[in-house]
Design a protein around this ligand. Structure first.
Ligand SMILES: [Zn+2]
Ligand SMILES: [Zn+2]
Length: 154
């Protein structure tokens, strides 16, 4: 797992605040703090893990506090929810535009790698269209072992 340096996190938080401002919404202190926790985690965090960390500075935080912040961050495409883990990771896409991502989940170290492979998105789009299926949401999560873990095991 790779933890992010505080300086890098601050720069990414500032960039996120700018991207929110461009869309006419505010990255409030709470939202910024939750995003900061996700950026610094170096791996996916569940809502309850986030709540525990948030409570260190915000004792009054309750589950709706964290869920509202997570909903906002997901809607702004600053984070992704990994459904199979019920956990959250930061988005790697720097402009936070809508994009089709795929997620590689390592079962050994827990790392999640975000991919944006247009060939995969295209193939999925074509396969669903052939069956006349209208996609509202497509999520590709692949579980296995990351290159580092596979190498360590070999
Ligand atoms: Zn993304
Ligand atoms: Zn791994």
């Amino acid at each position: 797992m790779t933890a992010h340096s505080p300086r890098r996190t601050a720069a990414r938080l500032d960039a996120a605040a700018l991207s929110c401002a461009r869309e006419g919404v505010a990255l409030t202190n709470l939202r910024r703090q939750v995003l900061g926790l996700i950026l610094e985690a170096g791996g996916p965090l569940t809502a309850y893990q986030l709540l525990d960390r948030l409570k260190k500075t915000r004792k009054q935080a309750v589950p709706p506090t964290i869920y509202r912040a997570l909903d906002f961050l997901m809607a702004r495409r600053l984070i992704h929810k990994i459904e199979s883990l019920n956990a959250f990771i930061p988005c790697i896409e720097p402009t936070h535009a809508t994009h089709q991502a795929q997620f590689l989940i390592c079962q050994s170290c827990g790392t999640v790698i975000e991919l944006e492979d247009h060939a995969v998105s295209r193939a999925l789009g074509q396969a669903t269209a052939r069956r006349g299926f209208h996609v509202t949401h497509a999520l590709v999560e692949v579980t296995g072992e990351c290159a580092a873990c596979a190498q360590a095991a070999a």
